[in-house]
Design a binder for this molecule. Structure first.
Ligand SMILES: *Cc1c(COP(=O)(O)O)cnc(C)c1O
Length: 550
């Protein structure tokens, strides 16, 4: 019998005639629940002070301990999970996997560098693990095939404007029984990001350079998922940031950062975390860490000018910005968040350019449940769960119909007790890069932040000056390597005589532009039928290659 924390439900579950529980494998392979909700663990395991026993573990060993609590050992054995986790983090370049760097001793400000994975962005922490999980489940399904039965095969499709695509490709390259197709708008992703994606030559990786916009790519992905034939033949799957396994993998680094601080200061009792936020996946993992028992003093949401979350914390209303009259409707933004072309602002931190923040629904579910348990303590737990799910379902229908909803005051108060938010504008982002480099905003000189991490540091500095005390350390999460966002970094540092971009260029990026590429062009004339044909043809070719034992 699975423990409650290895059972999963949908945030919108409210109808007892529907199925309530799902296994970890189902949750990982399905991604999104069929009622439109997101999967969450039925209970969050609170380890109390036992987490301190983990303080000397390596990052992979710590990841194993944490993930183990959320996955029943009948689904994945101890040995299997250990192997999966070790393989996922063996691709990181730094011995600490996610090192903690002190930016300013007197301000007690530290930076958690999450960008030492294969694509130099924090998404690797989650997608390296997710790729291995997909492969594990597929290979297992294929172990007990009867003679003549076709192999199970998964086809991951996604659209990217740059950031998610490469991390997903590196997570899935070379995996057995899984293919990945990533579409990007032709000529509209940055040269580094395009090169990162298209120079991966593994037979199971397919890049489609699509004539059109990012929204066109996203519309193709939606149309493919809505196509029953496509789904039946190819078993489509997504790897976007709502996948529970991604959140799960990210919990580890909150603990790991805390333990690194504890080594510096054995008296440590609490820490704050500041997170550059888009789809709310990264910071949600921090919320789970807190719920598990990690002494988190505060979680701080740092947004760019796409500030729906910042506005929620100020007003209790979750509201898309009103669309200026006469503007066309847009589609869905990177990583599954919805976007109106008119509503989303293009900023220097494109991975945070969202109109709505998809993982926020999970936080609201947990806060609503807590609220219901408080106001109706005598109602049975199952009933309370249903009421909370009904509320979430209602709010998100309202969001769809009217563009906004407002939560109960007690629920927004709960959110304010744990989180605060700062909004960092485009000019403030560049200023943060510059002032940190100059050693003016922080005592360290010469550190080059990428524009996403700069938003976190700008928010951290505001929080530190507002709080006025320094015994609680502030950990700012660095989500990308500066070399990935050369444009904004060079703009910020153009007047710095001592700065030379080649000094931050990792050896992996040198000569990337000249490497052999594999990419299929799709014209707007070929469109969706063309893409369907490409997927069918390429998957068939892969199968033949495999059968011939190559
Ligand atoms: C995806 C991403 C973010 C935002 O993370 P969320 O989990 O969507 O909040 C921030 N910075 C970078 C570099 C990213 O790629």
């Amino acid at each position: 019998m699975a423990a409650n924390n290895s059972k999963y439900s949908s945030t919108r579950y409210h109808d007892p005639s529907q199925r309530e529980f799902f296994s970890f494998e189902e949750v990982v392979l399905k991604g999104l629940a069929s009622d439109g909700g997101l999967f969450h663990p039925h209970e969050v395991p609170n380890v109390g002070s036992k987490y301190l026993e983990w303080r000397d573990l390596s990052f992979p060993d710590l990841a194993y301990q944490i993930i183990r609590l959320y996955v029943d050992d009948h689904e994945i054995s101890n040995d299997e999970l250990k192997t999966l986790v070790d393989r996922s983090y063996s691709t990181f370049r730094h011995p600490d996997t996610v090192p903690l760097v002190t930016l300013d001793e007197s301000k007690n400000l530290h930076l958690l560098e999450l960008f030492h994975g294969p694509t130099f962005a924090f998404k690797d922490v989650a997608l390296q693990f997710l790729g291995n999980l997909f492969e594990f489940f597929l290979v297992r399904k294929n172990q007990n095939l009867k003679p003549g039965e076709p192999r199970h095969h998964l086809t991951v499709i996604g659209a990217t404007s740059g950031d998610t695509g490469s991390a997903a490709i590196y997570g899935l390259r070379g995996k057995k029984d899984v293919s990945i197709f990533i579409m990007f708008p032709d000529g509209k992703v940055s040269p580094v990001q395009e090169a990162q994606m298209t120079t991966v030559l593994d037979p199971n990786v397919h890049c489609l350079s699509v004539q059109g916009t990012f929204d066109d790519c996203q519309d193709y992905v939606k149309a493919l998922f809505a196509d029953p034939d496509m789904n039946k033949i190819h078993h489509l799957a997504a790897v976007n940031s709502i996948n529970w396994a991604r959140i799960l993998a990210q919990i580890t680094y909150y603990f790991y950062a805390y333990f690194q601080l504890l080594k510096k200061n054995p008296e440590l009792t609490k820490a704050k975390f500041v997170v550059p936020t888009g789809n709310f996946g990264d910071i949600l993992a921090g919320y789970y860490a807190l719920r598990m028992g990690l002494p988190v003093a505060k979680l701080i949401v740092a947004t760019n000018e796409n500030d729906i979350l910042h506005r929620f914390w100020q007003t209790g209303s979750y509201s898309k910005k009103p669309k200026p009259a006469g503007e066309p409707h847009g589609g869905i933004k990177e990583d599954g968040a919805q976007a109106h072309e008119a509503g989303v602002k293009e900023t220097y931190s494109p991975a945070m350019d969202i109109l709505v923040s998809s993982n926020f629904e999970r936080l609201l579910w947990h806060l609503s449940l807590e609220h219901e348990l408080e106001v109706n303590p005598d109602v049975k737990f199952e009933e309370t769960v249903r009421v909370a799910g009904g509320k979430i379902n209602g709010w998100f229908q309202e969001l769809k119909n009217t563009g906004s909803f407002t939560v109960d005051g007690q629920i927004s108060d709960k959110a304010r007790a744990i989180f605060s938010t700062y909004r960092v504008s485009n000019p403030e982002t560049l200023e943060a890069i510059r002032e940190c480099y100059r050693g003016k905003a922080i005592s360290t000189k010469g550190y080059v932040l990428d524009p996403h991490s700069a938003i976190g540091v700008a928010a951290s500095l505001r929080e530190i000056s507002a709080a006025g005390q320094t015994d609680v350390p502030t950990v700012s999460l660095a989500t990308a390597h500066p070399a990935k966002f050369a444009g904004a970094v060079e703009l910020a540092l153009q007047e710095e005589k001592s700065f030379d971009f080649s000094s931050v260029l990792p050896e992996q990026f040198v000569g990337l532009g000249e490497k052999e590429r594999k990419v299929v062009q799709v014209s707007s004339k070929e469109g969706l039928p063309g893409i369907r044909q490409i997927i069918t043809r390429e998957v068939q070719q892969e199968k033949e290659v495999r059968q011939n034992g190559v």
